[in-house]
Design a binder for this molecule. Structure first.
Ligand code: MN
Length: 290
């Protein structure tokens, strides 16, 4: 049934795209049927969590009556029980590059499931209820054996998506010429276009599900890397600057098998100002000291 609904929503969305009519109608129907609980939890209050990378001060232009954002209140704390962070923009903001239905399902279903599974894994281990997400991921080998894999998969899923959703914005924002990140990119990759090509190649080279990353070491030296599944680079103690979700759930409704086209579109909505703020933390972020 779930597959049927998703397929139907995908077809309806594609039809709407072709017909150039109002986007998101199909996904609103899907949510009305399938996900009423999100609508009941909608609230525009927002407290930024300073321990997560680059959380915005507030959700810009949030319309509390919009049917588009599934979200819960944020408690402003980074420990068990973890919450689904709200999207920092409306779910239709990244159109036409990333479609509304994909954003709603991606955030409101896939990431919510990671949050719920992470909490379920930690439920019976109160000694870890005060640990931050980053501390759990860096110290995963110290956790009881039976929750190590659930924490890697679901905790990693939460961390990766918190970063991903926060480096995207409506219409994208350019990299400032002469900024520390811009200079580091030029020095390592020669040009911004070369970096984009490397990020794209890493995303395409990742067989199956995973992520393409721009990360920094403690000296500010940049690297492009890729990870499988929901693995993070926290265990290597690298500071994430930006990441590209190359799981099919991030693009399949609109792009089907064309991961390369989705990656090109990703750059159209990439917020380089967010990436600059993440890069600025390369010295201070040290997961080994949590
Ligand atoms: Mn994803």
């Amino acid at each position: 049934m779930k597959n049927k609904i998703t397929t139907l929503a995908a077809l309806m969305t594609l039809r709407e795209l072709k017909g150039n009519s109002t986007l998101g109608k199909a996904s609103r129907k899907l949510y009305a049927k399938d996900n009423n609980n999100f609508d009941n939890n909608r609230n525009s209050s927002y407290s930024p969590n300073p321990s997560l990378p680059n959380m915005p001060e507030r959700i810009p232009n949030l319309n509390p009556n919009s049917p588009l954002i599934p979200m819960q209140n944020l408690n402003g704390e980074n420990h068990y029980p973890f919450k689904l962070l709200p999207l920092p923009y409306l779910a239709n903001s990244l159109e036409p590059y990333i479609d509304t239905t994909t954003m709603e399902i991606h955030h409101g279903k896939h990431v919510l499931e990671y949050v719920q599974n992470l909490n379920a894994a930690l439920k019976d281990y109160p000694e870890y209820h005060s640990w931050s997400l980053e501390k759990l991921l860096y110290n995963v080998s110290k956790l009881p054996k039976d929750i190590q894999t659930p924490v890697i998969n679901n905790g990693g899923g939460v961390f990766n998506h918190n970063l991903y959703f926060n480096i995207l914005t409506k219409g994208g924002k350019s990299l400032k010429q002469g900024s520390p990140l811009s200079m580091a990119i030029d020095s390592k990759f020669g040009s911004l276009n070369n970096l984009k090509a490397e990020l794209k190649a890493a995303g395409l080279a990742q067989f199956g599900s995973g992520w393409s990353w721009l990360v920094s070491n403690k000296n500010g030296d940049l690297s492009v890397m890729r990870t499988a599944n929901q693995n993070t680079l926290i265990e290597k103690n690298l500071t994430p600057v930006l990441n590209i979700d190359v799981w099919e759930h991030a693009y399949y409704l609109l792009y089907q098998n064309l991961r390369k086209d989705y990656i090109d579109s990703f750059f159209k909505v990439l917020n380089w100002e967010s990436a600059e703020r993440n890069y600025a933390k390369y010295k201070e972020i040290d997961y080994s000291k949590l």
